[in-house]
Design a protein around this ligand. Structure first.
Ligand code: NAI
Ligand SMILES: O=C(O)CCC(=O)N[C@@H](CCC(=O)O)C(=O)O
Length: 490
């Protein structure tokens, strides 16, 4: 069975059995065995063996192979989208969109490489000063479940272009999507050992993290796992660690003329991908006045018209289930705890009838009455409304988080945006757009506990390389003037 690509062989693996399930039906989509510590070690050794030749390949040749991967992706667009829908439950329109962003990543990364890493020369008088970039060597790539194609692809494409070899450890919820992606890289003509795939859960992730044979880890996932990686690397300062983690993202709505537009942008922010995006708005901040009431009313009405369903439903739903029945339980329990703590349900998040226990309707809770609000990321379709006395208090509320991924403002007053932009602390700050739907043409990364200042997106090529400074002169000659203490003449 195809499970892992280790030492250029597809292997079954000999670790714990595990399966990915269709969250809309509970049916098994894929089953296999996790990679063991020894198998992870072999994958790293394979990547290490391939690294010198891959790094020495001219950039143009690596670009050709990247473009070949793009062509494979184009040809197999539907198969990849189907795997994403099966494993994550995303509607077809969204899964196809995810493959579209994977395709766009190839030309954008090539552009970013030339733009950000171009060789630069300065005349230093007695020498040329040259800046060039080198790959790190062997990189481990970790993916989350929510964008099983796009987000690991956002590390893999720049890592490979920059001349690194990789060991890819996808989410245990999405092994099929990962396998299909790696098959496309092989079909694109990637040399042996340049990409390796190790499937499995936490244990496999730990084996990759703790192995001393890699040169760094590129991670997208939760804060808890990111912190675990950071601990594991604490005595390895020589290795690169790029962390993209979660958020408790605020969306401030104030002085809006078009209530429908504001409600629509809020729904896109909070409930896209069933609320399972790191960029989803978790806190909706609205001034406590009549205009604010009218907006909340319009939003409540629109939430009632959001259709949730299986990706096979016709007509298509806006969003599918959350990733698992256990995740749905966790979210529903979190909602109960909020209500017990004083939150008022405006629209209660509910388990929907159907084949799946993972299908949740979008919820909106007014958490303003709560005496104490936790700063946790609830990774699902539950938005928390906070009413504030004025705009200034809204900004203070937006900043009341240790995370710092995205902050959004919806308003017809551009002066408000200037002030908001100055005061709010986040790596992405949006105005009259959803908090979701970031552009690959821009950096993508948070401050606070959302990341470690290694932004991905357009800037991902930066963390896939290190800069080398060279003082160079074609002539080896004595300088005109020697420092004191050296007698040049015998
Ligand atoms: N900032 C960003 O760009 C993004 C962040 N995320 C965040 O990811 C999370 C959702 O994704 P999940 O897959 O649930 O994340 P997760 O942290 O549970 O898993 C991510 C990866 O780490 C592995 N892993 C888990 N524990 C590990 C350990 N102790 N050592 C090594 N590897 C380990 C998993 O198997 C998986 O491959 C949310 O918190 C979300 O906000 C998701 C997408 C984008
Ligand atoms: O890397 C890029 O091309 C931009 C990042 C991106 O596309 N982000 C997506 C999904 C990230 C998430 O929320 O999980 C987005 O902003 O919607």
């Amino acid at each position: 069975m195809h499970s892992h690509l280790i030492d250029n062989q597809w292997q079954v693996g000999s670790g714990q059995p595990f399966a990915s399930l269709n969250p809309a039906t509970g049916e098994i989509v894929w089953q296999g065995r996790a990679a063991t510590n020894a198998e992870v070690a072999t994958a790293i050794a394979s990547a290490r063996c391939a690294a010198p030749a891959w790094a020495a390949r001219p950039l143009d040749e690596r670009i050709v192979l990247l473009r070949n991967f793009g062509k494979q992706l184009e040809t197999h667009r539907e198969a990849i989208a189907e795997a994403i829908s099966l494993e994550v439950g995303k509607p077809r329109w969204e899964a196809t969109g995810e493959v579209g962003t994977m395709l766009a990543k190839v030309p954008t990364t090539i552009e970013a490489y030339h733009d950000r890493l171009r060789e630069a020369e300065v005349d230093l008088g007695t020498a040329r000063g040259v800046t060039r970039h080198k790959p790190h060597g062997v990189l481990g790539v970790f993916g989350p479940f929510n964008f099983p194609g796009h987000l690991p692809n956002g590390h893999l494409v720049p890592a490979l272009l920059a001349g690194n070899t990789v060991v890819f450890k996808p989410s245990e919820h999405t092994p099929l999507t990962a396998q299909r992606m790696v098959e496309l890289w092989l079909d694109a003509g990637l040399p042996e050992g340049v990409v390796n795939l190790v499937q499995g859960g936490r244990e496999t992730g730990i084996a990759l993290t703790e192995h001393t044979g890699h040169d760094g880890l590129l991670f997208t996932g939760s804060l808890g796992t990111g912190v675990a990686l950071r601990y594991a690397m604490v005595d390895k300062p020589e290795k690169i660690l790029a962390l993209e983690m979660g958020g408790n993202n605020p969306l401030l709505v104030h002085e809006v003329n078009d209530l429908d537009a504001a409600a629509y942008m809020t729904i896109q922010s909070a409930y896209a991908t069933a609320g399972q995006r790191c960029t989803c708005a978790r806190r909706l901040i609205v001034v406590n006045d009549e205009a604010g009431d009218r907006f909340v009313e319009r939003l409540t009405d629109m939430i009632g018209r959001v259709r949730i369903g299986a990706y096979t439903d016709d007509p298509e739903p806006f969003a599918g289930p959350v990733i698992s029945s256990a995740t749905a339980d966790h979210l529903l329990n979190a909602q109960v705890a909020l209500i017990d703590g004083g939150a008022q349900p405006i629209v209660e998040m509910r388990r929907l009838n159907g084949n799946s226990n993972a299908m949740l309707s979008p919820g909106l809770l007014d958490v303003t009455p709560m005496k104490q609000r936790d700063d946790n990321e609830l990774f699902g379709p539950l938005l928390q409304l906070i009413r504030v006395p004025d705009f200034e208090a809204g900004i203070a509320e937006a900043n009341r988080t240790a995370y710092g991924l995205v902050a959004g403002l919806l308003s017809n007053n551009t002066d408000r945006y200037d002030h908001f932009y100055q005061r709010v602390r986040a790596g992405l700050i949006n105005f009259n757009r959803p908090t979701t739907g970031a552009s690959g043409k821009l950096p993508f990364g948070g401050v606070g506990r959302s990341g470690n200042h290694r932004p991905s997106g357009y800037f991902a090529v930066d963390y896939c390389t290190y800069p080398v400074a060279s003082l160079e002169s074609d002539d080896l000659t004595m300088p005109d003037k020697l420092p004191p203490g050296i007698d040049a003449e015998r």
